[in-house]
Design a protein around this ligand. Structure first.
Ligand SMILES: [Zn+2]
Length: 502
């Protein structure tokens, strides 16, 4: 059995006074989290323990019991009469933050050492522990009760005492088949929401290899993520190579314009304040604004990708590996923008994978090398150009492509998306599977490989694009005087580009 969790968000309706109490409850929760974060910093070894043991250790350090009447750092000095479940929720939240901080610090130290070992200067600032806490308060079992489809009783800190209050729930109901986790009170703008994680179980889907090798009708949804206007371009194709649907998910220009504006403000503020305190995150509000926009968009795009895959019955998603961020030159806002766009691609992948799993769809990744330079139909090198320009050369980022060999014409990102899907299929295809074609294909493999290897051998450096193009043309010519099968099953043909991939 496989498991997937998701969050059900429900709006609450309550008296105005309750909103004040929810605020007080959250403030107290964050005070307790901050306290435990400090306790952990003072007892770092706690982080080496598994979650349950760490929790116990922290309770012994802070909570007076008959067995341990004098804790080292008593929680009581921060707040009295904290319910056990409230305390535990805070400890878990603090442990999560402390683990994340500690791993960032560790990575920073490693990078520092590596850089110094190379004799280079190191100027990156170390990660800093959170200075403010703004976590939402979860309600563990015992802190909530009598939940129905339309109401729930929550035990909250009102600012003066602990009190059970009843709130009405509106919006989507919880599914009856799923198991329900601890709800949290979340503030969006001026409205309080109840977020409830639910976990559903289902039979595990077959793995990629099984699906691709045993059923030629398996549908694959391939996604090309971009930094331009089309954030994601998705195509559905079968293992056999039949292309069924395409979807463009736009909005790249808008988010990029928004980021540019915010980053511009940040740059201006930095110029105004001559001294930025060492290690201090300046412009925290502006950063948070950019972050939450990026995150919201990543959620939206990932939800649309999964919806598209579900609509067409795709059971596998495939992305290309994101690789490393290529540092860009130029103004601060431009560099910052491309960095954020790169991070957003990572988030879209993460969210999509997670949401797809809930639909029994598995997610895979392939080598990104040259996916946008290859023809999805014949695998020759394509010309990429802007509308209204001649269809020659390769203009990175341009929206149109044309294949000089098979005359394929189309949208550049859609072509890349198809190539990504084919790469996944090619990974599992055995070259000599089908008997009647086997000798012919074997011959081609030798021929094609021979042509391009000799080219590679002649040149010791990386072959240039034009040479690769020549190789592509050659191989294509060889294949063309055969039959039509290559049109139908483009991914099974070895081609010179591959040589450069490996
Ligand atoms: Zn072509």
């Amino acid at each position: 059995m496989a498991k997937a969790t998701k969050t059900i968000r429900q709006a609450l309706s309550y008296q105005p006074q309750h909103a004040v109490w929810f605020g007080a409850n959250q403030a107290l929760f964050n005070r307790v989290v901050a306290f435990y974060f400090e306790v952990i910093q003072a007892h770092e070894k706690v982080l080496d323990l598994p979650r349950k043991e760490a929790l116990t250790a922290l309770e012994i350090l802070t909570h007076a019991t008959e067995k341990h009447p004098n804790p080292v750092m008593p929680l009581q000095e921060i707040a009295e009469h904290i319910p056990a479940m409230f305390r535990r929720a805070a400890i878990n939240a603090a442990l999560g933050s402390a683990r994340s901080f500690s791993s960032h610090l560790k990575k920073w130290r490693q990078r520092k050492e590596r850089t110094r070992a190379k004799g280079k200067k190191w100027s990156e600032r170390p990660p800093v522990p959170p200075r403010t806490w703004n976590k939402s308060a979860p309600f563990y079992v015992g802190q909530w009760k009598e939940r129905t489809a339309s109401s729930i009783l929550l035990k909250v800190w009102t600012g003066t005492c602990w009190s059970w209050i009843k709130v009405r729930i509106t919006g989507r109901e919880l599914p009856t088949s799923a198991s329900i986790g601890s709800p949290s009170l979340i503030k969006h703008g001026n409205q309080w929401w109840l977020h409830t994680p639910i976990e559903k179980s289902f039979s595990s889907p077959a793995n990629t290899e099984q699906q691709v090798t045993t059923n030629t009708a398996t549908k694959i949804c391939a996604i090309d993520l971009n930094l331009g206007e089309q954030i994601a371009v998705c195509t559905i194709q079968t293992v056999e190579g039949t292309i069924l649907a395409t979807k463009f998910i736009g909005g790249g220009r808008r988010i990029s314009g928004f980021r540019k504006q915010q980053l511009g403000w940040i740059a201006r503020n930095r110029r105004k304040t001559d001294i930025i305190a060492q290690g201090e995150q300046d412009n925290a509000d502006l950063w948070r604004k950019i972050s939450s926009h990026d995150d919201a968009l990543a959620h939206l795009v990932s939800a649309r990708i999964v919806q598209f895959a579900v609509e067409h019955g795709a059971t596998i998603l495939v992305f290309e590996h994101l690789g490393n961020l290529k540092p860009e030159k130029g103004k601060y806002s431009r560099r910052g923008n491309s960095k954020r766009a790169f991070w957003m691609k990572g988030r879209i992948f993460k969210y999509t994978k997670y949401k797809a799993w809930g639909e029994r769809i598995i997610t895979s990744r392939v080598n990104p090398r040259n996916t946008s330079q290859e023809c999805a139909r014949c695998h020759s090198l394509i010309a990429r150009y802007h509308a209204g320009q001649p269809a020659t050369g390769y203009a990175p980022g341009a929206s149109l492509v044309r294949c000089p060999d098979c005359q394929m014409q189309g949208h550049a990102d859609r072509n890349a998306s198809l190539v990504i899907g084919q790469r996944l299929i090619a990974r599992y295809q055995k070259p000599f599977q089908e008997k009647p074609q086997a000798p012919l294909r074997a011959e081609r493999v030798v021929k094609a490989t021979g042509v391009s290897s000799s080219q590679v051998a002649k040149r010791k450096e990386k072959p240039s694009l034009s040479q690769a193009r020549h190789g592509g043309g050659n191989e294509h010519g060889t294949a063309q005087d055969g039959s039509l099968w290559m049109e139908e099953r483009p991914s099974s043909i070895p081609h010179p580009l591959r040589l450069f991939n490996e």
